[in-house]
Design a protein around this ligand. Structure first.
Ligand SMILES: Nc1ncnc2c1ncn2[C@@H]1O[C@H](COP(=O)(O)OP(=O)(O)O)[C@@H](O)[C@H]1O
Ligand SMILES: [Mg+2]
Length: 369
């Protein structure tokens, strides 16, 4: 008898079996090994919703912890430097500074009541040590053990620019001083691009930019097989092939299609019929959770371009799309470029484009005119 459903069709939840991505994880592991100055110690991951950005950050955090590094998850809201100075760093110093001197100095009390005591201390002593000073001290403690600090920052596109700039400047100093620090940030492609235009964040442009690619069919098949068999379920080879066709290399869909197919099979071996039966739900969920949010701030003219493309069953000729819209090729090209930047469409050979997200065509066709 198979166990409970092993697939996890949610966001921010790590899968039972990670498909692909091993190269990136290994390279990051090597970078921690190589010491300060290794370029892959600062990575900036971008990709559409459901491509596995948060999962990658979790994996990199695991790698760092496995090496005895401390992980500091930076909050998506609020002032990063303020959060570091007031809460995150004092807490870590209290745990890791063996002399406990800092702990007393910063909090004036026991570990248990840290939150409230810190607040009191803040009110009583308005002059407080900066995030930079506290971090230096933490890094000194860790240097004695040959480890360092990994910062992770998710939903980078949503974080306040000034706040990112402040943190970027602090991080840059530490890198220059060859301290053992690493940074892994993730966000939506367009938002990250916009953020990097900002003067104070120039430094982040030097981070290794990783655009998460779709998984290959083989990666989807392997991970799906291992997930099913690891939970004492079974699946036929054609069943796996049919599932991979539904998934289109999209990590979120691997979980969603797998989850639904497992349910369809109700304890029996998963077959192509079970796989194909997932399509309506997969398409509807994808529309609601991925396409709708992705289309929300797309200007009207670019939407019209997408709608014109959706008339085709496969890749669209850019000339024909322009004609449908009554635009000159040049004018249409502007929209095409913007949509490519948004990763909503992709070039598909000479003079043609195709949708960059699975089931986007179907989603657009469902929209009322
Ligand atoms: N490499 C992967 N292999 C298998 N499943 C994955 C992989 N990456 C992400 N997932 C799954 O996809 C879903 C979305 O992942 P998540 O990291 O939240 O995406 P994002 O942060 O890009 O929106 C989750 O259910 C997660 O388990
Ligand atoms: Mg995420």
């Amino acid at each position: 008898m198979p166990g409970p459903n092993p697939f996890r069709p949610g966001f921010g939840v790590s899968p039972r079996v990670l498909a692909g991505r091993d190269e990136l994880v290994e390279e990051f592991d090597t970078a921690l090994d190589e010491g300060p100055g290794s370029p892959l110690r600062s990575v900036l991951v971008s990709g559409a919703r459901g491509m596995g950005k948060t999962v990658i950050l979790n994996e990199l955090e695991e790698v760092a912890r496995g090496r005895g590094w401390l992980v500091v998850r930076l909050p998506e809201t609020g002032d990063l430097l303020e959060e570091l100075a007031a809460t995150l760093l004092p807490r870590l110093l209290a745990e890791h500074d063996s002399e406990r001197a800092v702990h007393r100095r910063v909090t004036g009390g026991g570990v248990a009541g840290l939150g409230s005591v810190t607040t009191t201390a803040k009110e009583r002593y308005p002059v407080r040590e900066s995030a930079g000073t506290l971090l230096e001290r933490l890094l000194d403690v860790l240097a004695a053990h040959g480890t360092g600090v990994l910062f992770t920052l998710d939903e980078l596109q949503a974080v306040d620019r000034e706040s990112v700039a402040g943190f970027a400047s602090l991080y840059q100093h530490l890198v220059r001083d060859e301290r053992d620090v690493a940074l892994a940030a993730a966000g939506l492609p367009v938002g990250v691009d916009q953020l990097l235009q900002h003067r104070g964040t120039t430094f982040l442009r030097r981070a290794e930019r990783i655009q998460l690619a779709a998984l290959t069919t083989r990666q989807v098949v392997e991970a799906t097989r291992l997930t099913i068999e690891g939970a004492d379920g079974s699946v036929s080879e054609p069943g796996l092939t049919a599932l991979a066709e539904v998934v289109h290399g999209y990590p979120y869909l691997l979980q969603l299609a797998g989850y639904r197919a497992w349910r369809e099979a109700a304890g029996a071996m998963i077959t192509p019929d079970h796989a194909r039966a997932t399509v309506p739900v997969v398409s509807e969920r994808m529309g609601r959770l991925i396409h709708d949010p992705a289309l929300r701030d797309v200007p009207e003219a670019q939407r019209a371009y997408l709608a014109a493309m959706a008339q085709d069953d496969g890749p669209s000729s850019t000339g024909e799309v322009a004609a449908r819209l009554g635009l000159t090729a040049q004018h249409a090209n502007v929209f095409r470029t913007r949509l490519i930047q948004r990763e909503l469409i992709v070039p598909a050979g000479h003079g043609s484009v195709d949708f960059g997200l699975p089931y986007l065509r179907e989603h657009l066709r469902r929209q009322p005119d």
